[in-house]
Structure formats: structure tokens, C-alpha cells
Design a protein around this ligand. Structure first.
Ligand SMILES: [Zn+2]
Length: 96
């Protein structure tokens, strides 16, 4: 599995605020389409799941939320691996 992050930064005539929760995007639809065509193509087309996420304020991002620790996550990953191993048991698909 490969995870990639791409930040749509201001570039050329693109203001960089398209889809931003609080800033207004001043681009025309044509400018947005032109900008997106520059970051699409074969490499991007090979990525199965693409999700746009709005920007998060630094204060929110750096705040202490407690969050989830590694052990419950590890258990879920191990459980998923078991399900996959069972699913592909009778195939020649390699499991890593
Ligand atoms: Zn814009």
C-alpha cells in the first residue's frame, strides 16, 4: 500500500484556496480545470482511492486530543490480516 499526500498550493495563476473552508477561491472554472490537468494523468490515475480533505488549522492539528494508542490499532490490523489470509488461502495471491 502506498499513501501519498498532495497539497494544492498556490501555483501560477491558481489562488490555492479552492475547497478551502474559510478562504474564498478567486479562480475561474477554466483556471481550476487547467491546474487540475497538470496534476492528473497516468501517475494520479493509478491511485485507487483519492480523497480531498480540507485544510486544518495549526491550533487544531497541534492540540492534544488523546487519540488512539497503538495496541488497539495493531489488533485491528492483525484481525484484517487474518481475514485477508483466509480470503486468499486458496489462491496464488501472495500475502505479505
Ligand atoms: Zn482559487
Amino acid at each position: 500500500m502506498i499513501l501519498l499526500g498532495l497539497q494544492l498550493k498556490p501555483h501560477g495563476r491558481n489562488c490555492g484556496f479552492q475547497g478551502h473552508p474559510t478562504h474564498h477561491c478567486s479562480c475561474t472554472p477554466m483556471q481550476i480545470q487547467r491546474y487540475r490537468s497538470r496534476i492528473s494523468g497516468p501517475p494520479i490515475d493509478r491511485i485507487d482511492i483519492q480523497i480531498e480533505v480540507p485544510s486544518v488549522k495549526y491550533k487544531e492539528l497541534s492540540a492534544e486530543h488523546g487519540g488512539e494508542h497503538g495496541d488497539p490499532i495493531r489488533e485491528r490490523v492483525n484481525e484484517s490480516r487474518k481475514v485477508q489470509a483466509e480470503r486468499f488461502k486458496k489462491t496464488k495471491t501472495k500475502q505479505y
